[in-house]
Design a protein around this ligand. Sequence first.
Ligand code: ZN
Length: 258
Amino acid sequence: MRWVKFLQCGQPAWGHLEGDIVTLHSASPFDGGRHETLERLPLDTLDLLPPCQATKIVCVGRNYAAHAQELGNQPPPEPLLFLKPPSALLPPRGAICLPPLSQQVEHEAELAVVIGKRCHGLSGNEPLLPYILGFTCLNDVTARDLQKRDGQWTRAKGFDTFCPLGPWIETAPKPGPRPWDGLSVECQVNGERRQHGNTADFLFSLERILVAITAVMTLEPGDVIATGTPAGVGALRVGDRVQVTIEGIGTLENVVAS
Ligand code: ZN
């Protein structure tokens, strides 16, 4: 099932997507979704929003060996966590703004996990799916020069518009008990493939990641986990069209502006 969040008469609304038609629901999936209404809306007429309201976006650095290598880093011995602020969220089709403080802004295509149920202190032995609402595409836009200069990543990862998310939440990208496993993750810039990886190549499993995060902080419904980016990160320039495509989910498309 695909949950779409969009603006209707200036207010956030939720619906589910079938083909290219969205059926409006009377409540968000975080409130049970309640009933579908009779209202049917064509997807391409909707003003899409990032498909959740995160209290935090928790990211995993260097979760693919080839990406750690391309930036000259060793694979970390345990999940390397950092945060992006919710103020960085950007809807599908929104413009990524290149800040004057950076000369090197790069794309990072990532599978994002959207939390559906509060959790803390997970052991790794319990099934994860009860805590997950679904999955979506995320672009962990990064000011690489500031990341190298600062030694920690708050500025590099935290600019407004640096977290495109969407286009919707897919509850099951593939059938089975591990619907996040074995999905291809791709980034195209102006139609040219820059990144291509597969979640089967995670250095740390999603179980391991959630254990590491919830040993530190409580995850709330709507919180987002970004699972790391495969090799091939590269620069974005004004006017670029950047697409993150994940198998079984869809394509998140944004433009780059000054
Ligand atoms: Zn990243």
